[in-house]
Write a protein that binds this ligand. Sequence first.
Ligand code: AMP
Length: 416
Amino acid sequence: MIQKLKGTYDVYGDISKKHDYVKKLFQAVCESYNYSYIETPLIERSELYHRGVGETTDIVTKETYDFVDRGNRKNTIRPEATAGVARAIIEDKLYNILPLKLWYIGSMFRYERPQKGRYRELRQMGIESYGSNDPIMDAEVISLGVNFLKELGLRDVKVVLNSIGSMQTREKYKKALINHFKSDIDNFCDDCKNRLDKNPLRILDCKIDCNNKLVKNAPSILDYLNEEEKDHFDKVKKYLDSLDIDYEVDDTLVRGLDYYTNTVFEYVTKTNEFGSIGGGGRYNDLLKSLDGPDIPAIGFAFGLDRIISEIESNEIKLNLNDELDCYILTISENENGYALNLAQKLRMCGYKIDLDLSNKNMKSKFKEADRYKAKQIIIIGEEEASSNELTIRDNLTKEERKVAIDDIIDYFDVNL
Ligand code: AMP
């Protein structure tokens, strides 16, 4: 038997209803902030991620699904969406009309070690906001995520916030970190040994060495910010305060992607069972680094799979709206044609209808109606079909009554 790949899963039944609910809610919240939808290809040139996400990031060094196509070109199945959206913005000159507020949803692929909350096919929903370097935009972007989580019913969530300054600031800070760690680097994990020269900021969020004393008393990036960067960060905090957003500054938050500048943030639940449920930041230099214009930007991505896990572990009841308005069943095969036409008519009026064609006994047919959570059941026998007077059973009260076919819509208007 051929089995699914490690780190992937099939979406159907109850889980697909939950996915659908979360996606629709995210879309509604994005639209309420005036974001419009963008979809970019699942495959891009590998170079996009090397230059965009960064050569030394875990994603690019260890996790991308790369392949050479039949034309001998190096391609990568997207590990994240920001670089692809940036490529589209440059290629189609979408930056001609700013601001540009875009949202997306889709699968990303990373060759990670699969475990609970960590998949190789991960689904992300996110936003990309181009054209403003105003700290108000940082606060607005962060607030969109907070509002979405609140509407979902995930209340025990906080925003972890930091500023990692500009490239220049980070270069100075990197030197300070190298000095700080270098004498004791032999006591760190192999990844951190490699990170020391290439990307020492990542030592700060290493899962293995997080309790090392040197990590705990490392110099703080916040002491290296210049006046403008400090002012930006202070204003972001002030706006978040004014929006009553629960945040906590963590100067070790660096995020795993190279393109970030200034504000970075993550959404974490208080139990933090599966890792962060979302994260993002500013990437003012991203377009430039891909040969595009100099336009500031900020965005974030939520992990849909992790959000679903959080919903399940917090036993949050979603209003899945998965009931059927009406299940139509027939007493004999002779009435199936009549039922088909009635179903068609009711669906055209916007009702969610299914009809039974199973030829099973009546008891099983009623059981099916329960399985579909039907609110009403229409029962059609020979007499009903010839008189156009239908028997309707309210599936909650089990009350039955006769309704003329022409009055069904009125009946539904009142009873559904
Ligand atoms: P990133 O694109 O790495 O900044 O991640 C943004 C969000 O995507 C994280 O906060 C997670 O919720 C989610 N995420 C990242 N990697 C994975 C993964 N391997 N499996 C499931 N969710 C993930």
